[in-house]
Write a protein of this length. Structure first.
Length: 442
């Protein structure tokens, strides 16, 4: 009887162990997106679940940390990589989270990607909140500066950006300022475009300037009549495409004739947010951009739209209503628009208003798939192989299957990733955040 009891007890123990093993294996194979911790409070938006941890066991290109270092600087730009070096922009936009700094200042730094050492830092007299333009072949780094404050220049007109704003050419090896072009009547925040020895800069004083890349001298200028806030212009051939606000227009400027080819009036369509903060995407003769229509000032809510535009005529080919929802960012500003990304026959776009990511057929405008993604879904996507990489604006880099939208993995970065999102080069991902961290993953 005792022997039978021992065998019975042993059998029960084995069965229990097997059940536990099955449960553990099943748990590993069930993949769920990280639940949101964003509540609309800025302190939670800048926080992180865990420190630099993979949320699940799925193997991704983010599984290895090559470099992680904190520099004590709030990074606002996407890292731009050239060879073994990264160039990052920083600004004291927030004295503390959510509190504007009384004296706007910024800087550009150069980092060695192997050691993390800062090779140089160049301070500038206004905010630096967009990507540096690295012209390694010319030995230059082009940086643009400016802030968000609006001010009146007449009773009927206003500009955006106070103090001294400008475009600066820095020596790529030393960080020394080679030349500067400055204005006091509007910011130069958007990253300039470059072609054949000429820098093209738009900004808060409704002016486009063409600058000699070697001297900063103004070659020609054009008053296009709208404000460009954050988004860089897109140069395709001889055509410069960009959005403006107050009034809201999409522009095509020919850089050879120095004239506006077409401008499409989005204000007439009810658009009143986002168009001037979105870098347009281009594919096969068409422009893709995102904008919003604020309809409820009390709740700061409205509709978000994705547009396809004929690049030759400015005519809208199709428009998608992405849905209705809150258009506010954590610090209270209205939504800055969602940057679309075109890969193959698909346009990928995030929606802050509806907390979704959409994959859209670029030819027909039909939604292929749509998934829920809580966050500030306004960053561009990176497509590598079958994977879609996306910074949700809350310190999480998420990975999806580009064809199905199936969620694969999340990596946290310890703080809200900078405005430009993540960068991909040489088989590695680069990210920085408002907490002063700089990461290299592979």
């Amino acid at each position: 009887m005792k022997i039978k009891n021992k065998k019975y007890i042993l059998g029960v123990i084995i069965a229990v162990v097997l059940v536990i093993l099955v449960l553990l294996v099943t748990k590993k194979t069930v993949i769920k997106p990280e639940t949101s911790y964003y509540t609309g409070n800025i302190s939670s938006a800048y926080s992180s679940k865990g420190n630099n941890s993979i949320i699940n066991k799925v193997k991704t290109d983010l599984s290895t940390v090559v470099l992680k270092k904190n520099y004590g600087l709030p990074f606002f730009s996407q890292p731009v990589v050239s060879g073994d070096y990264s160039f990052l922009d920083t600004a004291n936009y927030f004295q503390t989270y959510g509190v504007p700094h009384p004296n706007y200042q910024g800087a550009t730094i150069k980092i060695d990607n192997t050691t993390g050492k800062v090779l140089w830092k160049t301070n500038l007299p206004n905010l630096v909140m967009n990507n540096p333009l690295v012209l390694s072949q010319l030995g230059l780094v082009i940086v643009s500066t400016g802030n968000d404050k609006f001010f009146n220049i007449s009773k009927t007109k206003f500009n955006r950006g106070t103090g001294l704003s400008g475009v600066y050419a820095l020596n790529i090896s030393t960080g020394k300022i080679i030349w500067k072009f400055t204005v006091t009547n509007g910011q130069r925040k958007p990253t300039p475009a470059y072609s054949d020895g000429v820098i093209y800069t738009i900004g808060g004083n409704r002016m486009l300037y063409a600058l000699d890349v070697h001297t900063g001298k103004v070659l020609w200028s054009l008053n296009y009549g709208s404000i460009s806030s954050q988004a860089a212009p897109l140069l395709i051939g001889h055509n410069l495409y960009f959005g403006g606000s107050y009034p809201y227009y999409m522009f095509d400027v020919n850089i050879q004739t120095h004239k506006i080819v077409w401008k499409t009036n989005f204000s007439k369509m009810g658009v009143n947010s986002g168009l001037d903060d979105v870098i347009p995407a281009y594919s096969n003769g068409y422009i893709y951009t995102d904008a919003a229509k604020l309809v409820n000032n009390k709740t700061n809510s409205g509709y978000e739209y994705l547009y396809k535009i004929n690049a030759q005529t400015g005519n809208i080919v199709w428009k998608i209503n992405e849905g209705y929802g809150p258009l506010n960012l954590p610090h209270g500003a209205q939504m800055i628009g969602s940057v679309p990304t075109v890969s193959g026959s698909i346009v990928y776009v995030g929606s802050t208003a509806t907390q979704k990511i959409l994959a859209v057929n670029k030819n027909t405008g039909k939604i292929i798939w749509s998934i829920h993604s809580v966050g500030l879904n306004n960053k561009p996507f990176i497509v590598v192989g079958e994977n879609l990489y996306f910074d949700n604006g809350l310190g999480n880099i998420q990975v999806y299957n580009k064809n199905t939208g199936k969620y694969l993995a999340t990596r946290t970065t310890g703080g809200r990733v900078a405005v430009g999102g993540i960068f991909y080069a040489n088989g590695k991902f680069y990210a920085d955040n408002l907490s002063g961290d700089f990461y290299i993953f592979k």
